[in-house]
Design a protein around this ligand. Structure first.
Ligand code: ATP
Ligand code: MG
Ligand code: MG
Length: 558
């Protein structure tokens, strides 16, 4: 809503606008590295960056931060663009950090010429050893005082491919005693003979993040460059490069990254889940990726609402996934039709012994009590209906108001029925309930005078359409996988996999109302008493598949 108070970045922008900075122009960017699919954390960043621009009449660039040739791929570029659009945003320009390779290279030569960068051929271990620690000053590299000419010549040879990977690096010459470790002659270029998804084999040297990000911001004249808190110690370096190169003064601001309970949001970990077959893909409905959450049935509106509600924090925190679920539940409660699905591998058949053989009725059942414009739909009713096994108890407990021998219950939208006889198979399992129905108790025209406490859903046996229902739950069994992983103190990169929730997916058979047979993939409904469901991409007319988006109530609430 527009009534909330300004977040700290909005305050900064409003001050900048009043001060006439950049003539009041606001240009933000969303800078994903195309090395995986976008997740909910990225959604937060997208909503923030695009939201700021919208609020202040500005624009946002989509910039692929593709400076690492080894991990990047066009598959990811395409999915990222689709995801940003799905969230409801359109960028001003599509940019690639790799488009700036030549310019970044020239910036590096400029630094060399100013005596502010040098080629170092120490090994990675030597460089690390000379770095010192926050309390111990580092040592100067023996290569630190090469002449400008020598540095230029070596750097050009680096570019030309004269040296193998790792043989040399280009470092900024700043201060090996700086309390900020990022100022201790940071590496700005490394040699990597690798094919890049866009520039091919043109380059065999690639700029490091710190040398690419701020300069890319400056090249695009980004006014407010928003990133997550871990980049706070990088900010002085970001500013140092801009100052030394005398380029556009973009400014970096940091906010707390989104962390969510019962999941992980590192692309590296998500990739392990995909590659290890722990999920069916990046778009598995249990994944916190936008592709996954979309397939799960979440709407873009609900995600934007979620991002708005969590706000913009300056300190790291952990958001309860219950809030995300609340946002989608609120929306689906307003927007979805209530339909009936008997979600049960072994439903029970109800036979209404006094209902005429061969008779059928068409009932008109209200689609959504929350929305009077939603109208009604036709639901066929007959002598035999399926109900869920859970809706019957042979020996009912005290507060059980559903079916039990001798007890009455209302079949939703239809009649009151009374359970007369329990039919079992040879193993003693209940297979059928013989009931009598009360003809004058029809919903909407009930003159029976009976008052029953329970209403259950059902599906006509003669009209039921079989379906597969995928009941999704939280991906991890523990609230904070990142913390639990640390506590395990394991050297094993895969240790977090032991924290997965073994029952995050339970597949159940169902019998659904016939009018669900032709719903489009992605359409959403409420299965009465069960939750909100969406038609999965795997669904075909002959084999319906529904995903549970979210339960009706927060089953995990304490
Ligand atoms: P990951 O750790 O998942 O690989 P990343 O930060 O390396 O994430 P990028 O593709 O570089 O991924 O991120 C693009 C933008 O999204 C960056 O500005 C980054 O700060 C932001 N971002 C990434 N994760 C989150 C998060 N959990 N919360 C908020 N913003 C995030
Ligand atoms: Mg990154
Ligand atoms: Mg990363």
């Amino acid at each position: 809503s527009t009534e909330r108070s300004l977040n700290f970045i909005e305050q900064i922008i409003e001050e900048d606008i009043s001060a006439g900075l950049h003539d009041g122009r606001v240009l933000t960017r969303f800078p994903p590295e195309p090395n995986g699919y976008l997740h909910l954390g990225h959604a937060k960043s997208i909503c923030l960056n695009f939201g700021l621009a919208q609020r202040y009449g500005g624009q946002t660039n989509l910039r692929f931060d593709d400076t690492n040739p080894v991990t990047e791929d066009t598959e990811y570029v395409d999915s990222i663009k689709a995801d940003v659009r799905w969230l409801g945003f359109e960028w001003a320009e599509e940019r690639y950090a790799s488009d700036y390779f030549e310019q970044l290279y020239n910036f590096a030569e400029t630094l060399i010429q100013k005596g502010l960068a040098y080629v170092d051929e120490s090994t990675a271990q030597e460089i690390a050893a000379m770095k010192g620690s926050p309390t111990v000053p580092g040592q100067n590299s023996p290569y630190r005082d090469r002449s400008v000419e020598e540095n230029l010549s070596l750097f050009r040879q680096m570019r030309a491919g004269t040296f193998p990977d790792g043989a040399k690096v280009l470092r900024a010459k700043i201060d090996m005693a700086s309390p900020n470790m990022h100022f201790r002659d940071p590496i700005i270029y490394r040699i990597k003979h690798a094919h890049h998804h866009r520039t091919g084999d043109t380059w065999c040297i690639y700029p490091m993040y710190d040398f690419a990000h701020g300069q890319s911001d400056a090249i695009e004249q980004i006014t407010h460059s928003v990133c997550t808190l871990e980049f706070i110690p990088h900010r002085p370096l970001y500013e140092w490069f801009i100052e030394q190169l005398a380029i556009f003064p973009s400014k970096q601001y940091e906010f707390a990254r989104l962390n969510l309970t019962y999941t992980v949001m590192s692309k590296r970990k998500l990739k392990k889940l995909v590659e290890g077959g722990f999920v069916t893909g990046w778009d598995d409905p249990r994944m916190p990726t936008l592709a996954g959450i979309r397939r799960r049935g979440y709407t873009a509106d609900s995600l934007r609402e979620f991002c708005e509600r969590i706000g913009v924090a300056k300190r790291d925190n952990l958001i309860d996934v219950g809030l995300l679920e609340f946002c989608i539940r609120e929306e689906l409660n307003r927007t979805t039709d209530r339909v009936m699905a008997v979600v049960d591998d072994k439903p029970i058949k109800l036979v209404l012994t006094n209902y005429p053989e061969g008779k059928e009725e068409t009932l008109h059942i209200e689609n959504n009590p929350e929305d009077e414009t939603a109208g009604t739909r036709e639901v066929p009713f007959g002598r035999k209906v399926y109900v869920e096994r859970d809706d019957f108890m042979e020996v009912p407990s005290k507060k059980y108001f559903r079916l039990a021998p001798g007890k009455m219950v209302r079949l939703k939208g239809a009649y009151i029925v009374q359970c007369d006889e329990v039919i079992k198979d040879e193993t003693g399992e209940v297979t059928e309930l013989h009931c009598t129905y009360i003809p004058e108790s029809k919903s909407g025209q009930d003159t029976s005078g009976l008052n029953v406490k329970g209403t259950i859903h059902w599906v006509s046996v003669a009209h039921a359409v079989p379906a597969e229902v995928r009941l999704y739950d939280r991906l991890f069994a523990v609230e904070n996988p990142a913390v639990e992983e640390k506590e395990m103190e394991s050297d094993d990169d895969n240790a977090f996999l032991s924290l997965l929730n073994p029952t995050s997916l339970v597949t159940v058979k169902a019998l659904v109302e016939p009018n669900l047979a032709d719903r489009a993939v992605g359409s959403r409904v409420q299965f009465m008493r069960k939750g909100y469901f969406t038609v999965d991409a795997d669904s075909t007319p002959g084999h319906l598949v529904f995903n549970r988006t979210v339960t009706l109530k927060d089953a995990w609430a304490k």
